[in-house]
Design a protein around this ligand. Structure first.
Ligand code: CA
Length: 238
């Protein structure tokens, strides 16, 4: 299911470039060129992400973001033209989730968009896991014996010591842990943790599983936490 992105930008050529590139990545894109239209579209469409320019006619991006924040939690990526706007953008005043300074490359923008949407998905999966009774209601901490995963701080403790995990190792462990007991194929893991357009193959998953095992298994050669299910994939035992 394609995620919906609302692009708010009054420079039509940039708006069109953004829309074109996001569509090419498979997203459903809607556009608005004024702050008033942006609010109207956001309320109607309930997009998954909003790209919001600051300098807009009628109502600027700051005010749009402030208003949105009172109504919805949709992540907002703000496009700023000046460095001195950044403090206001990320500050409590406006509450944007992230920003990009113009000029930016499409590659940079896509990476940011993907990361933000993934974060939303992980939060959503947390909520699903929580309703399935996997997450104890203690500040986002998943506990599996001597392994603790804090999903808010993205910290992992093994035998009470913090582990230095690479971002992908963390995301992989988190994904496995909220699907405890389920057999997950490499393809499924690749799609969920790396994203559908990741250029690589399922060996990427195997390599990261190996790294994780070295960190969270008593004996990485005979893993008890992340089990290989032959011909199928992996299963997290907890
Ligand atoms: Ca503008």
């Amino acid at each position: 299911m394609a995620e919906t992105i609302l692009v708010v930008e009054d420079e039509i050529s940039l708006q069109e470039t953004l829309a074109y590139n996001l569509k090419k990545q498979g997203y459903t894109v809607h556009t608005a060129a004024t702050g008033v239209d942006a609010l109207k579209s956001a309320r109607e469409l309930k997009p998954d992400l909003i790209l919001l320019d600051i300098m807009l006619p009628e109502m600027d991006g700051f005010e749009v973001c402030r208003t949105l924040r009172q109504e919805m939690n949709t992540p907002v990526l703000m496009l700023t033209a000046r460095d001195d706007e950044i403090d206001r953008v990320v500050g409590l005043e406006v509450g944007a989730d992230d920003y990009l300074t113009k000029p930016f490359s499409m590659r940079e923008l896509m990476a940011r968009v993907k990361a933000m949407l993934r974060r939303v998905r992980l939060i959503h999966e947390d909520a699903v896991a929580q309703s399935a009774g996997i997450t104890p209601p203690s500040g986002g901490t998943l506990r599996f014996g001597n392994l603790e995963i804090n999903t808010i701080r993205r910290e992992v403790l093994f035998e009470t010591k913090p582990l230095a995990l690479k971002p992908k190792e963390y995301e992989l462990l988190h994904f496995l842990s909220i699907h405890r007991g389920q057999v997950l194929t490499r393809e499924h893991i690749l799609e969920k943790v790396w994203g559908w357009d990741f250029i690589g193959d399922s060996r990427t998953v195997d390599v990261h599983i190996r790294w994780l095992r070295e960190k969270i298994e008593k004996d990485p050669a005979t893993p008890e936490r992340i089990i290989t299910v032959r011909g199928a994939g992996y299963r997290f035992e907890g």
